[in-house]
Design a binder for this molecule. Structure first.
Ligand code: GDP
Ligand code: MN
Length: 385
C-alpha cells in the first residue's frame, strides 16, 4: 500500500525527521490561505505547490511548481488541481515553504528479501530516479544492511554521511533523519521508506524535500492508523473492484484475460500464454469455489478492460468439480446477454468429461490441455487484434 507525500512526511515528522512547514489543500482558495498562514508564521517565499499523487516523477510531469505570493499559489494550485499525471487526477496539493536547494541526495530503506534485512541505500546523485542511477552508475550508491536485532548503529550513520558528503553543519540533523527514517520503516512495517531528495540547503542544513512510504499489505492490518490512509481514488478502478469482490487480481497490459483457480496455476497460465507469444491482460485467481456469480463477476471485471479481446479459462478440478464450473460459466454468460468476447476453456480434473459434454454445441472453445488452450487463446487474440 502506498500513501501520499504529505502523509509520509507527517509520519516521519513524528519520528523527528526534519521537513518543511506545509499543509495540504483541495481548492485554490485553501492553497492561498495556507500560503498566507505560512507567511504569517515566518516561512519565506517562494512557496512550493506539489501535486499529491501516488505515481513518481511529478516534477518532470509539471506537478510541482514554485510561487512567489499567496495569489500566485492560488493560481498555480488552480492549474495543478485536476491535472492528469500518468493517469492519476490530482485531488490535493501540498503547499510548503520552498527550499534553497544546494544539493539533492537520495536516501532510502528497502526490505532486502535475499539478505533478510533492511538495507539502506544512499547516493549523492539524488533527485532523479534511483533505478536510473543503479543502472548507469551503480558505484554511486552505498548499500548498508542493518542487522534487525542490533538496529542501526552510529558507525553506520557516520559511514553513510561520509559517503554522501554531509557537511559538518548538517551532521546532527542528518543523524536524526537517518535514525527517524529507520525507526519509522521498522515500526510501520514498510516495504520502502524513501527521501528523494534529501536536500542540503544553501546554509548547510539538511531537510526532507520529498518522502515516500510503501507498506507491506500483509501487515497493514495491525496499523489501523495507516490502513485509514488508503486512497481509493488513486487505486486502479479494476483492482479496487476486484478487492471488493475478494478476487486476487492484478491488472497487466495484454489482450488475453485469464481466469484461473489457484494462484500457482494463475502464474503458470500467464507464463504459458507468453510462451505461445501472447500477452496476458491480468493475473486472476478466483479461488477454489468458482461459483456462477463469482465467475460472472470475474468475466465482467476482465472485459471492463478495453484491451481484452479473448478470455482463457484455465481450471483444474481438484476440490472443485469441473461440471460445476462449466455450469457456472454457462450461467454467467447467460446473465451477460450481449457477450461477444471469445472464450477458450481448459477444464481438467474431476468430472472433466461431463463438463466437456456440457460445453458442446456452445460458442465456447474447449481445449483438452493447458498448452492447447493457451495456443488457441493466443491465435484468436492475434486474429482479433
Ligand atoms: P517527484 O518528482 O515526484 O519525485 O517530486 P519531488 O518532491 O522529489 O520534487 C521534484 C524536484 O522538484 C526536486 O528534486 C527538486 O529539484 C524540485 N524542487 C525545486 N524546488 C523545490 C522546493 O522548494 N521544494 C521541493 N520539495 N522540491 C523542489
Ligand atoms: Mn522525489
Amino acid at each position: 500500500m502506498k500513501i501520499h507525500e504529505y502523509q509520509a512526511k507527517a509520519i516521519l515528522r513524528k519520528y523527528g525527521v526534519k521537513t518543511p512547514a506545509g499543509e495540504v489543500a483541495q481548492t485554490p482558495e485553501e492553497a492561498a490561505a495556507i500560503s498566507k498562514r505560512l507567511l504569517d508564521e515566518g516561512a519565506s517565499l517562494p512557496h512550493v505547490v506539489k501535486s499529491q499523487v501516488l505515481v513518481g516523477g511529478r516534477g518532470k510531469a509539471g506537478g510541482i511548481k514554485l510561487a512567489n505570493s499567496p495569489d500566485e499559489v492560488r493560481e498555480v494550485a488552480g492549474r495543478i488541481l485536476g491535472m492528469d499525471i500518468k493517469g492519476e487526477i490530482v485531488g490535493e496539493v501540498l503547499i510548503e515553504q520552498g527550499i534553497d536547494i544546494q544539493r539533492e541526495i537520495y536516501l532510502g530503506i528497502i526490505l532486502d528479501r535475499s539478505r533478510k534485512k533492511p538495507v539502506i541505500m544512499a547516493s549523492a546523485a539524488g533527485g532523479v530516479e534511483i533505478e536510473q542511477v543503479a543502472a548507469d552508475t551503480p558505484e554511486k550508491i552505498l548499500f548498508v544492511a542493518v542487522e534487525p536485532w542490533i538496529g542501526l548503529a552510529d558507525f553506520q550513520i557516520r559511514e553513510i554521511a561520509a559517503f554522501i558528503e554531509i557537511p559538518k553543519s548538517g551532521a546532527k540533523d542528518f543523524a536524526a533523519i537517518m535514525r527517524g527514517l529507520y525507526k519509522a520503516f521498522t515500526e510501520s512495517d514498510c516495504s520502502l521508506a524513501e527521501i528523494n531528495p534529501l536536500v542540503i540547503t544553501g546554509d548547510g542544513a539538511v531537510i526532507t524535500a520529498d518522502a515516500k512510504m510503501n507498506f507491506d499489505d500483509n501487515a497493514v492490518g495491525r496499523h489501523p492508523a495507516i490502513a485509514a490512509l488508503r486512497d481509493d481514488a488513486a487505486e486502479d478502478p479494476l483492482e479496487r473492484k476486484a478487492r471488493e469482490l475478494h478476487l486476487n487480481y492484478v491488472k497487466l497490459d495484454g489482450q488475453i484475460g485469464c481466469i484461473v483457480n489457484g494462484a500457482g496455476l494463475a502464474m503458470g497460465t500467464m507464463d504459458i500464454v507468453k510462451h505461445f507469444g501472447g500477452e496476458p491482460a491480468n493475473f486472476l485467481d478466483i479461488g477454489g469455489g468458482a461459483k456462477a456469480e463469482q465467475v460472472a463477476e470475474a468475466l465482467k471485471l476482465i472485459v471492463a478492460d478495453p484491451k481484452v479481446n479473448t478470455i482463457f479459462f484455465n481450471i483444474f478440478g481438484g476440490i472443485v468439480r469441473c461440471d460445476l464450473v462449466a455450469e457456472g460459466i454457462l450461467s454467467a454468460i447467460k446473465s451477460l446477454p450481449d457477450w461477444n468476447t471469445p472464450i477458450v476453456i481448459r477444464l481438467s480434473g474431476t468430472n472433466e468429461e461431463a463438463a466437456r459434454e456440457m460445453l458442446k454445441g456452445t460458442d465456447l472453445i474447449s481445449a483438452a490441455t493447458m498448452s492447447e488452450g493457451a495456443r488457441k487463446a493466443v491465435e484468436i487474440s492475434k486474429r482479433a487484434a
